[in-house]
Design a protein around this ligand. Sequence first.
Ligand code: GLC
Ligand code: CA
Length: 556
Amino acid sequence: MSITETSDLWWKSAVVYCLDVETFMDWNNDGIGDLEGVANRLDYLAELGITCLWLMPFYPTPDRDDGYDITDFYAVDSRLGHLGDLVEVIRTANDRGMRVIADLVINHTSDQHPWFLSARSSRDSPFRDYYVWRDEPPKEQREPVFPDEETSNWEYDKKTKQYYQHVFYKHQPDLNVTNPVVRDEIAKILGFWIQLGMSGFRVDAVPFLLETEAVMGGDNLLPDPHAYLRSLRAFLGRRSGDGVLLGEVNLPREEQSVFFGGADGDELTMQFDFIGMQKMYLSLAREDAGPLVEALQSRPDGSPDSQWANFARNHDELTLDKLSEDERAEVFAAFGPEERMQVYGRGLVRRVPPMLAGDPRRIRMLYSLLFSLPGTPVLFYGEEIGMGEDLEQKGRMAVRTPMQWNPGRNGGFSDAAPADLVSPVVEGGFGPSHVNVQTQRRDPDSLLSFIRRLIRHYRNSPEFGWGAFEILEQPRPAVLAHTLVWGDGRLVALHNLGSEPADVPILLKDTGKSQLNDLLSGEVMSLTDDGQARIPLEGYGHRWLRVVREPDTRQY
Ligand code: GLC
Ligand code: CA
């Protein structure tokens, strides 16, 4: 495929950066991050090499689920700024070569949304059917998503004497997408943000959105849920030819393909690889590449336009729900042995560097691995400088602390009194005096500089986003060796998950007279004419090797 054919599918080789406006940069010093703060940090993100910004919910909200409880889909939370500020962010980001996508939370609203206030005021409300009501909760129910706070997926409404459905918190009543009027409302929401300049959406809780009552044991179902997802994608396509739908779908492998629309690729454009992420941590814990290899090989085939989004951390708990109980126990033991590090019986509330005991070799190896996996990498703000978590904060809030810009007061996030900050700044070894942008930006050996190099090479190497992926057979269990081939370009990536150095014999097919150039270290390694090489890796070592034909006149 030529550059002309690939450029519209920009998400295939994007570098996505997720941030919460509230905790990123506070420009008016009231203690709450704001859109003006984001606008003033876009040059930083461009310098890092980010090509797509994912903004976590910025809508008006009572803020009982960090903004995932929305009261107005068409506005900006006044604490963060206003629509004009958002347009400035989008416009400036575009000018710096970055697209912006918004979190699209349409599975539910806040219970303070005017639709729900009206719906619960009377059974005759014109908004009653915007939500899902029953006289009795179904006998068989799935376990609530947040078992520490909820015991049921149904909540009794005293005034109208019926139960309403909520997959998440009881203050987040589920929208009824079997109602065509609700589907119309959702289309308008998409249309509005696209018209304003967004390049697509991170779609929250996709399976729950489609399944309506099925998982809750009820019978209020869409006749063909995937037809609905297809229609959303088609609508987006009509409004914006190259808009992306990046879906949150944490399901077993066999259930994922259909969310892409299978071989037709006409539903979600991208899905987070939750399975790959969970198995990656199992592999790291065991220092055995096996589980990750298996996860990568079990990715369903799909349309060449569909894409996996790879991530190491996000704003939620590091969920391990798809591992077996024993496997989860192994990961807990390795990376979060204390109870306060765990949540919901299934996940960890930690960031990467503390989990890896701050070992720079291991942290770099993990991010090198992440960026080398076939797909599109997604970073959560602060990962690029190696921020830690605050275990004093409740549950998932532990990883949602303010961005650390400099070693000064409040980590340079805000000049407000510390007590007025939206969240306390991390203290201790991972606090701003040790971990901050300013110091790392000036240090070529810092994690930030390292991640910037990874991003540069990722962007210069279409093989990662587009290439055909293959595991290379080799005898070291701790090593993941894989190749990516795209057109006449070929990369080999090697990652040593173990602490012992390893010499890795590899065999590449049809290389002819070539050599291996290490993109990260600049070393050149020889390859025999029949494609054999022995690659030395340090403990927790990593390499990105480009197969270069001799003589190669296109090198630069
Ligand atoms: C998604 C979000 C999470 C939120 C939930 C309910 O899982 O990632 O943060 O709490 O949806 O909206
Ligand atoms: Ca502010």
